[in-house]
Design a protein around this ligand. Structure first.
Ligand SMILES: NC(=O)c1ccc[n+]([C@@H]2O[C@H](COP(=O)([O-])OP(=O)(O)OC[C@H]3O[C@@H](n4cnc5c(N)ncnc54)[C@H](OP(=O)(O)O)[C@@H]3O)[C@@H](O)[C@H]2O)c1
Length: 286
């Protein structure tokens, strides 16, 4: 199987080099700007194409590694050529293959989404960090087992999910990465109120946050849980809830603590947490 890339950006560069290094044939690159495609071709030891038509003709699979907002427009463009039997893939986390590639059945192409759950920060460096990364696959064609095996052979994790669950999957990813930033910001804001500078606060939190995250990832959230909710310490939680300046911040603490209470109940079956539950069930006053 020969793979071509439309879109010579961070993901195009990185996946191309990753595939080439893993012995997967890559034909080359077509991009909006010729210079980008040329640079990617040089980086991967492949070809630069001046037209999408030539790249399509030479490739069995095409990765549309363009920004999410451009995927469907590029799809409509390549749909003008003979793409019957070709595998067309995008790497967006939130869109399904069918959403990005409408009316694919009219073309005879097989469509897939392959989302690398990984931050591609660099065109030139990220490919080195990909072993061990996770790819989420879905699509309408028969090649999902083939892609799964191929990716696993390259040393990454790969799992197929139903198209209907793609939004949920992407929300899950956002919680584990983006929302962590919001949580840490909540913590920093409180520490700044205590007189810490941002640098001091980050430095103070680093050993706590790193050790906690390591335990969560290795043992799961229930086993890793410590703190007042885990201990069933209603008085401490009451004091915490009283120290927030805004109702929104108090609500974040309260709602997440309710989620923790369910984990604590799993960890300490039979413990009576009625008092703590009652406290946490009371919404903040605006
Ligand atoms: N970056 C990440 O961390 C990450 C992680 C997972 C998934 N993804 C997904 O991967 C895809 C690509 O993201 P990226 O970060 O690689 O984006 P990027 O670095 O901005 O690169 C996109 C490339 O697409 C090219 N392009 C834009 N419009 C085009 C068009 N109409 N025709 C041909 N080429 C066009 C641009 O090429 P020129 O340079 O020629 O203008 C640009 O270099 C997106 O679907 C994104 O959601 C990204």
């Amino acid at each position: 199987m020969k793979i071509g890339f439309i879109g010579a950006g961070k993901v195009g560069f990185s996946l191309g080099r990753f595939f080439v290094q893993g012995g997967i044939p890559v034909t080359g690159y077509y991009s909006r700007h010729r210079a980008s495609a040329k640079e990617a071709a040089a980086f991967t030891g492949t070809e630069q194409y001046d037209t999408a038509a030539d790249l399509i003709a030479d490739s069995d699979a095409l990765f549309l590694t363009v920004p999410d907002g451009a995927i469907t427009a590029v799809w409509q463009e390549i749909g003008k050529y003979d793409i019957k039997g070709k595998m067309i893939c995008h790497c967006s986390g939130v869109m399904t293959a069918a959403e990005a590639f409408p009316q694919a059945d009219r073309t005879g192409a097989f469509i897939y989404s392959m989302h690398p759950l990984f931050p591609f920060h660099s065109k030139y460096e990220t490919y080195r960090e990909l072993p061990g990364a996770f790819f989420c696959l879905e699509g309408t064609g028969p090649h999902l087992p083939l892609w799964t095996k191929l990716l696993q052979q390259l040393g990454v994790q790969a799992q197929v999910i139903p198209a209907a669950e793609k939004k949920k999957y992407h929300a899950a990813c956002a919680i584990a990465s983006n929302l962590m930033c919001a949580l840490l910001q909540e913590s920093l804001d409180l520490l700044k109120n205590c007189g810490f500078s941002e640098t001091e606060a980050l430095s103070a939190l680093t050993p706590l946050a790193k050790s906690n995250l390591t335990h969560i990832l290795e043992e799961g959230p229930t086993a890793a849980l410590t703190g007042p909710v885990e201990r069933g310490d209603t008085e401490t939680v009451k004091k915490h809830l009283a120290c927030f300046a805004s109702a929104e911040d108090r609500e974040i603490y309260r709602l997440l603590s309710m989620k923790l209470l369910a984990l604590a109940a799993e960890k300490h079956p039979g413990r009576d947490d009625a008092q703590l539950k009652k406290l946490l069930e009371t919404p903040a006053q605006a």
